[in-house]
Design a protein around this ligand. Structure first.
Ligand SMILES: [Zn+2]
Length: 214
């Protein structure tokens, strides 16, 4: 019986360093937790900021706690078009070389962030026990097929993240979620081609050329 993985949608949000947070909310300021998120220890903060790019902006963007070593803004590919910034797909925390943007508070105070705007690489959080059961390990890349709601799809390039503090969930952004269905969705891991999209494309080419391997 393959494990069913709940699929959760991450709307655009900001993770902040303590220094950048204090710039807006004052020395020694702490985030005000509003609600816990599915991953233990993560929470939605009451504080919000606007995200500005050369072409457009988003107001009232949620800040998620706790503090991170570097400020990071996670948006969808559609969002990057509206902001007028390149869509760079990254794993959370890997901010080097990503585009910057401007953060602004309703007070008018604003801060240019030199880098940190990214489209999060789709991923699955799981515990070591989940990983054993699903025969995967940290940083594996897998395919995930969604339950069918007449718009079933298979996600490629899904990275597995294993940590004892994680709770089983696949995270996709709003573009990815809208591509199949919104809520209460589940997916199942398919370990095809060692998770490699390149091998999948090679396989498709061979099939089209009439090459069949047994
Ligand atoms: Zn996540």
């Amino acid at each position: 019986m393959p494990a069913k993985i709940p699929i959760e949608t991450s709307a655009r949000h900001i993770h902040m360093s303590r220094t950048d947070f204090e710039f807006f909310f004052g020395k020694g300021a702490e985030m005000t937790p509003l609600r816990e998120l599915s991953q233990p220890g993560q929470f939605l903060a009451a504080e919000r900021l606007s995200v500005l790019g050369p072409k457009g902006s988003f107001e009232n963007v949620a800040i998620l706690g706790p503090f991170r070593p570097a400020t990071q803004i996670e948006v969808s590919v559609t969002d990057t078009r509206q902001l007028g910034l390149p869509a760079v797909i990254r794993q959370s925390g890997d901010v080097d070389g990503t585009p910057g943007c401007v953060l602004r508070h309703t007070s008018g105070r604003s801060l240019e962030i030199p880098q940190g705007l990214m489209v999060a690489k789709r991923h699955i959080h799981m515990t070591p026990v989940d990983a054993l059961q699903m025969k995967v390990k940290d940083k594996d890349e897998v395919f995930v097929i969604t339950e069918s709601y007449e718009r079933s799809l298979i996600y490629a390039d899904v990275v597995v993240r294993v940590h004892p503090n994680f709770r089983l969930a696949m995270h996709v952004d709003t573009d990815e979620a809208n591509a199949f269905v919104n809520d209460h969705s589940f997916g199942t891991i398919l370990k095809l081609f060692d998770g490699s999209t390149y091998s999948l494309q090679q396989w498709a080419k061979e099939l089209q050329q009439g090459i069949v391997r047994y």
